[in-house]
Design a binder for this molecule. Structure first.
Ligand code: HPA
Length: 284
């Protein structure tokens, strides 16, 4: 068996020894959002460190565990903390958790992150629904022997972010009176923030927001046919767009300050993702 798939199977079996919970939605929580996992109807928590072979995050402020439970009766698995490519993991380790949640039964992947605004119409504290992405600055997680068990060798990427889920996010934001920007997310490796010239490059390439996660996870999830949606919290205007130098603390402060609205939006949108309306929408 392929070593990447073997590791994935090992992680799957180690979770299945603890719980037979089958999630519908897999949610990845970005900076500042961790608490959301504690506010749901929890059935089981599994620290990453107790899953054999699982990559464990080293970033301050990122917890590391799966939380299984219900958001308005929708079964969810939540990643409270993710690993990043800049931590030194291979790209296949970085996307292992997403593939694992698919094996556990999740059909929908909801990605969240903190990102720098590249679009001059954005301000710190805005939310941006991701409509498309640029992942070419990090290696594709699909490089290497194809995992036939998960998906095809040359997967189509024409609609990475599911149109029906985007509709659900727009409707949820409108209902709650939370403004929701839309745009293209570009992933760089990090961990350094960008130079002003790199931010200009991102803008020329068509990006609206830049960050250090998410796009590689979406590529892996699209490969294994998950339906994907994503929201970035624009914690700052990217480097060179304002007078202030960037700091991780500032990013965390804005992420924390906007977290209450972000959490309301997540809860409202996820509640809609388990309904018949959503399932009918999937068949449209
Ligand atoms: N650049 C990259 N990643 C980020 C930023 C940024 O400006 N802000 C939050 N995450």
């Amino acid at each position: 068996m392929n070593s990447v798939y073997e590791k994935l199977q090992g992680c799957y079996e180690s979770i299945r020894k603890r719980t037979d919970f089958v999630p519908r939605v897999a949610l990845v929580l970005g900076s500042g959002l961790g608490e959301f996992a504690e506010e749901i109807e929890i059935r089981e928590t599994i620290p990453y460190s107790e899953i054999e072979g699982f990559p464990v995050s080293t970033v301050p402020g990122h917890k590391g565990r799966f939380v299984f439970g219900y958001v308005s009766q929708v079964p969810v698995v939540i990643m409270q903390g993710r690993v990043h490519y800049y931590e030194g993991y291979s790209i296949s380790d970085v996307v292992l958790p997403v593939r694992l949640m698919k094996l556990l039964g999740a059909e929908i992947l909801f990605l969240t992150n903190a990102a720098g605004g590249v679009n001059y119409d954005f301000s710190a504290g805005d939310f941006m629904m991701i409509t498309d992405q640029i992942s070419d600055f990090v290696p594709s997680p699909l490089i290497g022997e194809n995992l036939e068990e998960l998906g095809e060798r040359f997967p189509d990427m024409s609609e990475i972010y599911d149109r029906n889920l985007q509709k659900i996010l727009r409707t949820a934001a409108k209902k709650l009176g939370i403004p929701l920007k839309e745009g293209v997310y570009l992933q760089l490796t990090g961990p350094n923030y960008e130079s002003p010239a790199e931010v200009r490059m991102c803008r020329i390439l068509g990006a609206d927001a830049v960050g250090m996660s998410t796009a590689c996870e979406a590529v892996a999830a699209n490969h294994c046919k998950m339906k994907i949606c994503g929201i970035s919290c624009i914690t700052n205007l990217a480097c060179g767009m304002s007078q202030n130098p960037l700091s991780h603390r500032e990013v965390q402060e804005i992420a924390d300050r906007t977290a209450p609205d972000f959490k309301r939006l997540l809860a409202e949108a996820i509640a809609e993702m388990g309904t018949e309306k959503d399932r009918q929408g999937e068949q449209e």
